[in-house]
Design a protein around this ligand. Sequence first.
Ligand SMILES: Cc1cc2nc3c(=O)[nH]c(=O)nc-3n(C[C@H](O)[C@H](O)[C@H](O)COP(=O)(O)OP(=O)(O)OC[C@H]3O[C@@H](n4cnc5c(N)ncnc54)[C@H](O)[C@@H]3O)c2cc1C
Length: 390
Amino acid sequence: MTTNDAGEMPWGFQFPADVEALRARVREFAHAEIAPVAAPNDAKEVFPIETLRKMARIGLLGVISPKALGGLGTSNVALGAAVEEIAKVDLSCAIICSMQNTLGNLLHGWGDGLRASVNRAEDIIGLATSEPDSGSDISQIRTTAVKDGDELVINGTKRHVSLVPGATVLAVSATMEVEPGRDATTLIKVEANRPGVSWEEIPEMGQRAHQLAEVYFRDVRVPISNVMGEEGQGMAMNFVRWNVSRAVSALISLGTATGALDLATEYAKKRVVFGKPIARFEAVQFPIVEQYTRIEAGRWLAYRALWGADNGIASAKEASMAKLYGARTAFEACDVALQTHGADGYTRELPLERMLRDVRGMYFSGGTPQIHSINIGREIFGKGYAPHRN
Ligand SMILES: Cc1cc2nc3c(=O)[nH]c(=O)nc-3n(C[C@H](O)[C@H](O)[C@H](O)COP(=O)(O)OP(=O)(O)OC[C@H]3O[C@@H](n4cnc5c(N)ncnc54)[C@H](O)[C@@H]3O)c2cc1C
């Protein structure tokens, strides 16, 4: 943290030079290496492993990972800037980048060898929390881990697991007896090639390259040493990660929205209707202006949350606000961008329809708008007013 002579943090909104430099590098890389494959990967619904390897070569899977492990060793704000640039051309790759960074570095217990391997894209990690009967309400997790000697035996079904097929290792939330008579949710590292792990792909509306699956664990045995962090601390670890991942998620949504609006702006200047570029019609120009304005507000809310996380300042409320506002704003902005393109925007010849489909998925991963409203409401009104508790 940089302070002035009086030991106070200076007031300012400029990004540090290293963040600006990273942003410029990522922008160039994203246009050269990710943009050309975004549409084909979406159409073929393939996990973009080749692109991830290229991203790893310039450090994008380890932006916040220590340099000793092959990462860039930089800040959460820098991670936000990197995913924003990637998302302008491809939301799926931005999500995978975000997940490798936040899962790999904000959950404990992967082991340094695996973290270094993730930074090189030799391993891909995923998160298996949601279940058929436990999405928003994570207290209802039914997957169990039972001790048997020096092993754990895992049984259960996880639903809507991102990056499967593709991920080589999953952080699985399971209910486990942590002391006699007391069960608590524990995170367990489970390699995807262990006997008893299988999955079925779930076809998605958008984010098709990032993949989604239902994953089954049938008598899967792992060593007890695969427990991540401490037994029973699974949810506490997730909460720490969410303070960053939710703000990063907002920047992914807003990055895609910016990419869509940039296309709309250029199109509106060129497309001539009734003898004028459509940009000169206020009904075309003003919605674009409105959406850029909202995006700018959302970006600063998200960066405020990430700056808080970098500086040890509580920012769970801001992270939830950013996630709630970012996802909604992005969907509306992509819709405006699509509409600006007329019927061409609706076709698969242009990326607008993919961008709209992709950002819609951001209403779910990392918590729905309703759940974030509950989180924010709890901070404003106090726990006693939480609408879903008796
Ligand atoms: C693209 C995508 C990627 C995902 N990736 C992952 C992943 O990698 N790992 C993982 O574990 N999960 C993942 N998920 C799952 C995601 O976390 C859940 O979808 C989300 O938590 C919501 O759970 P649900 O879908 O079961 O909805 P439910 O919990 O069944 O809720 C249904 C609806 O009711 C609303 N609702 C629920 N409770 C309340 C309440 N108290 N007040 C008001 N409204 C309420 C919800 O907001 C929602 O609109 C992903 C989902 C998607 C779409």
